[in-house]
Design a protein. Structure first.
Lengths: 278, 120, 291
């Protein structure tokens, strides 16, 4: 099948709702939660068994004070202001460090070497022949990108990638290698405004895409429908707003396990996507 | 001794800037000859690590003390590491008044230290 | 001027809807939108192009560019780039401007000086003025540096407003750089949450982030009647963590239609608007209490 990324621009539109439920009705699927700042997906797959957990690292420089002569070439080179020089060795501020390797390269005295620093944790769960992959960023860690790329290493051919909100670097990292993008919207002016940036992003990456209207309301859907028409694109599914769906989802349950009608909506969504991709 | 203060205007009667790393100017006041030098803060335009860069600059100017309202922990690390004394500015008093308070030992040590605004 | 920042952890809890309503109810004259990745506040405020006071392009970190006339195709730049930003396309080495982090390693290793830095405009800031002042910004899609842009939005607010008692700042979702940057020099952090397990999980993470700054933190439970059990869990968490519960707002069907037709909840009389009015009063007391 394929690797499907689910995006929305605006938070709260239903990325995780759509991702987790789609994953639920697919056999042998892998669900990857790339929203590493606020990972939520694993909550919905109860009865999952933790297969393994691993710490995710990135490289940061360390300094050998015996070899350091205090020339400050490294401090002067660093574009991120991650280095200061006060006594006799450079001082590193690791949360500002981008691990570019520049300081090690400019040092003429072999005084700088890279070592590992933790950015977060990767967890892989097993759930009835499904795989659930979740990355959680350490609080205070500024950049999600390296953790997301680690999460994506677990991707398989039948994958649903739950992306972070927005269109910044972490979202861009999440859609690399996707075969198709589902853009989840809700019929509000906020959602319309934000989805336009996502459209820009997926078009830049040249990935085929389609729309889902979540919390659909026949009086308000026109807000999204009119826009989608101007792009000559399709609405792949409309999931009607219902308090029951909201309530069940708020309890961390999958609506596709509880409600036949919504389950069928998701099967149709899956079929529509399969047609587009193949 | 040399005292550094973040400011927006080249005027000893103006207020001390609420920020540090991205303040537009630094005043370097030399208590020995009572001279004031205002220098543009290059760290203002740094993408990230502005506190670090600004602190490094002051360390290189051989500053003895800094008077400010608050500092990020990275700036504190650099400044304290270089044995620079950090003092808590008094609100509603001008730069000149704060300098006089420091010289009369009436300023407290800085307490408002926060975890910083991270990269950018 | 006291600053109230409205954040949420989880997206979609109602931050912008609540911010805009509070702004109307309390007649706030100083407002800012710090959700620079996806700014929305202007959609529900009354500012238009005529009220634009100033607009500035926002420069991010310099990125790098290869001069193909000087390039000898040695590939050293690509070999040393830790961000996979350099591609070999059409027999030329090229730096992808969206992926370049501006580290300068390629410039350093290039044996023929074929690589140099270039200006990189990543967004713009805008200040609108009517009887209110509104500072906002937009980050070009895909850029980093959002923290610095947030700081500029706040600075524009400070520079252009004097003598206002309270400013309300609409924040961004998540807990990353833009949120951290927006939390500086804030008097009250207002966290809007919803009673779902996802919401509770994210609430804990955002509170932890706000507490790093020792900011006075108050919680609003929006769509409160959606799930009474999870709501109880949230209230328990609030009590155990020494936070302030500012109030609850029930799910109200009318809100969607009102907001989407760009009306204000402050001007109508539905259940949600009544509950927000109570919250607005409590917020005023809380702000006055903060030192």
């Amino acid at each position: 099948m394929s690797r499907i990324a689910v995006l929305s621009g605006k938070g709260g539109s239903g990325k995780t709702f759509v991702s987790t439920n789609l994953s639920n009705i697919m056999n042998n699927s892998t669900y990857l939660d790339c929203d590493v700042e606020e990972p939520n997906g694993h909550i919905f797959f109860k009865d999952s068994e933790l297969k393994y957990e691993k710490k995710v690292y990135r490289d940061i420089p360390t300094f050998d004070s015996n070899k350091c002569v205090g020339c400050r070439d490294c401090v002067n080179f660093c574009k991120f202001s991650a280095l200061a020089f006060i006594k006799d060795t450079p001082l590193l501020f690791d949360e500002v460090c981008h691990s570019c390797g520049g300081c090690e390269l400019v040092c003429k005295h072999d005084a700088i070497h890279y070592e590992k620093s933790q950015v977060g944790t990767l967890s892989v769960y097993d759930n009835n022949s499904k795989k659930i992959v979740s990355g959680e960023m350490r609080i205070g860690e500024a950049s999600a990108v390296s953790l997301i790329s680690e999460v994506l290493k677990e991707v398989s051919d039948n994958s649903i990638i739950d992306c972070p909100p927005g269109s910044a670097c972490s979202t861009m990292e999440s859609i690399k290698g996707a075969d198709y993008c589902i853009l989840v919207t809700e019929p509000t002016i906020f959602s319309l405004h934000n989805i336009q940036m996502i459209v820009e992003l997926v078009e830049l990456f040249n990935i085929p895409y389609g729309f889902v209207i979540n919390k659909s309301n026949k009086d308000l859907d026109y807000i999204i429908e009119d826009y989608v028409k101007t792009l000559n694109k399709k609405i792949l599914a409309k999931i009607p707003f219902s308090k029951e769906v909201a309530q069940i989802t708020s309890e961390g349950k999958l609506i596709t396990n509880e409600n036949e009608d919504v389950k069928n909506l998701f099967y149709n969504l899956l079929n529509n996507i399969n047609e587009k991709v193949n | 001794m040399k005292i550094a203060i973040a400011t927006e205007q080249e005027n000893l009667n103006s207020q001390i800037n609420q920020t540090f790393g991205r303040a537009p100017l630094f005043l370097i006041y030399n208590t020995e000859d009572k001279t004031s030098t205002f220098i543009k803060n290059e760290a203002m335009n740094a993408a990230g690590g502005a506190g670090i860069k600004a602190s490094q600059f002051l360390v290189d100017q051989d500053i003895d003390s800094v008077i400010c309202f608050r500092l990020g922990e990275n700036a504190v690390k650099v400044l304290s590491g270089a044995n620079i004394n950090l003092y808590s500015a008094q609100a509603n008093k001008s730069i000149q008044e704060n300098i006089e308070l420091l010289l009369n030992d009436k300023l407290e040590a800085l307490v408002d230290i926060h975890s910083g605004y991270h990269h950018g | 001027m006291k600053k109230v920042l409205v954040i949420s952890g989880k997206g979609g809890t109602g931050k912008t809807t609540i911010s805009s309503t509070l702004i109307d109810l309390l007649d706030i004259k100083a407002l800012a939108d710090c959700d620079v990745d996806a700014p929305n506040l202007h959609l529900v405020s009354s500012f238009d192009d005529k009220s634009l006071l100033k607009e500035d392009q926002f420069k991010g970190m310099d990125i790098f560019q290869i001069n193909s006339d000087l390039c000898i195709n040695c590939g050293k730049c690509q070999e040393n780039c830790k961000f996979d930003s350099i591609d070999f396309v059409d027999n030329k080495y090229q730096i992808n401007p969206l992926a370049c982090e501006g580290c300068g390693v390629c410039e350093f290793v290039c044996p023929v000086n074929a690589i140099s830095p270039i200006d990189n405009y990543v967004g713009s800031t805008q200040v609108f003025k009517t009887d209110k002042l509104f500072s906002t910004a937009k980050l070009t899609m895909g850029s980093g540096n959002s923290g610095k842009l947030v700081s500029q939005v706040k600075k524009n607010l400070d520079d252009n407003i004097k003598d206002e008692p309270i400013a309300i700042i609409d924040g961004s979702p998540g807990i990353g750089c833009p949120v951290i940057a927006s939390l500086s020099a804030i008097d009250v952090a207002l966290v809007v949450t919803e009673p779902s397990l996802s919401g509770l999980s994210d609430l804990k993470r955002i509170v932890k982030t706000a507490q790093v700054f020792k900011t006075k933190t108050a919680i609003i439970i929006n769509k409160a009647d959606l799930n009474l059990d999870v709501k109880k869990l949230i209230i328990k968490y609030i009590n155990e963590s020494d936070l302030v519960l500012l109030g609850e707002i029930n799910y109200d069907n009318n809100v969607s239609k009102i907001i989407n037709s760009q009306n204000s909840l402050a001007k109508v009389n539905t259940l949600a608007s009544k509950q927000i009015k109570l919250i607005a009063e409590k917020l005023l007391s809380l702000v006055h209490e903060s030192q």
